[in-house]
Design a protein around this ligand. Structure first.
Ligand code: G3P
Length: 223
C-alpha cells in the first residue's frame, strides 16, 4: 500500500514530505474550502511543493457530465503533470469518466460506498476508486468494503487501483492494507500517529542510557 496526503495546505504537505514516503496529494472541495483562498493559487502552490511527477488528485464541482468534463479539462490543463480528476460515483460521473478516458485524462471515482460503484467505475476506465472507510463505518463496515472491492478487482483482473480515504484511527489503516488497498490518503496530522510507538521511544532511551554509560558524546558523531 502506498501513501498520499489528503490536504490542500502547501506548508503542511511540504512538512509531511520531508519525513514520510508519500506519492502525492489528494484534495476535495471540503479540503480546498478550508484554505479559504483562490483555487488556482492553492493548486499552483501544491504543485510547486510536490513537483510534476507526484500524483495530484483534484475534484470537479459541476453536477452534470458536460460540466464535469469541462471542469476536468480545465483542472487537468491548469494543474499539469501527474494529475487525476476526481468525479463522484454517480451516473453523470460514470458518463464523464468514459469521456475523460477517451481523451487520456486520469480519473479517480470518489465517494465510493459500495462494491458495485467500484466495479462500474473500473468498467468505465477509472484509474482509481476512493472508498470512504470511516464514513462508511457509520452505516456498515468500511474495511470489509475495501476487501470486497479488492476481491472483485482480482477476480476479474481489473487494473483500477483502490485509494482508500476517510480514516479515524491507525487500526483502520492497517486493516485496509491487509484487505488489499493499493493506496491510502491521510491528513498530514495522521502521519505522526502512524510512525509513533511508545515502545520505540523506550528502546531508543535504553540505547542512549547504555551507550553514554560507556562512551562520551562527540561533536564529530559516531565514527
Ligand atoms: O478524502 C476523503 C476525506 O477527506 C473524507 O474523509 O475525514 O471527512 O471522513 P473524512
Amino acid at each position: 500500500m502506498k501513501y498520499l496526503i489528503d490536504s490542500a495546505n502547501a506548508a503542511d504537505i511540504k512538512k509531511v514530505l520531508e519525513y514520510f514516503p508519500c506519492e502525492g496529494v489528494t484534495t476535495n472541495p471540503t479540503i480546498i474550502s478550508r484554505e479559504k483562498g483562490d483555487l488556482k493559487n492553492i493548486l499552483k502552490s501544491i504543485r510547486n511543493v510536490i513537483g510534476d511527477d507526484m500524483q495530484m488528485h483534484a475534484q470537479v464541482m459541476a453536477d452534470d457530465c458536460y460540466g464535469m468534463v469541462e471542469d476536468a479539462k480545465a483542472l487537468a490543463d491548469f494543474i499539469g503533470g501527474n494529475v487525476y480528476i476526481k468525479l463522484p460515483a454517480n451516473p453523470e460521473g460514470l458518463k464523464a469518466c468514459r469521456e475523460l478516458k477517451k481523451e487520456g485524462i486520469g480519473v479517480t471515482m470518489t465517494a465510493i460506498f459500495s462494491p458495485q460503484q467500484a466495479l462500474l467505475a473500473a468498467r468505465a476506465g477509472a484509474d482509481f476508486v476512493a472508498p470512504y472507510v470511516n464514513k462508511y463505518d457509520d452505516v456498515g463496515d468500511g474495511v470489509r468494503l475495501v476487501g470486497e472491492i479488492a476481491q472483485i478487482y482480482a477476480q476479474f483482473g481489473l487494473e483500477t487501483k483502490i485509494l482508500s480515504a476517510s480514516f479515524r484511527n491507525v487500526e483502520q489503516v492497517t486493516s485496509v492494507a491487509l484487505a488489499g488497498s493499493d493506496f491510502i490518503t491521510l491528513p498530514p496530522a495522521f502521519y505522526e500517529k502512524l510512525i509513533w510507538h511508545p515502545m520505540t521511544d523506550l528502546a531508543v532511551k535504553g540505547f542512549e542510557k547504555d551507550w553514554y554509560t560507556v562512551y562520551e558524546k562527540s561533536p564529530k558523531g559516531l565514527i
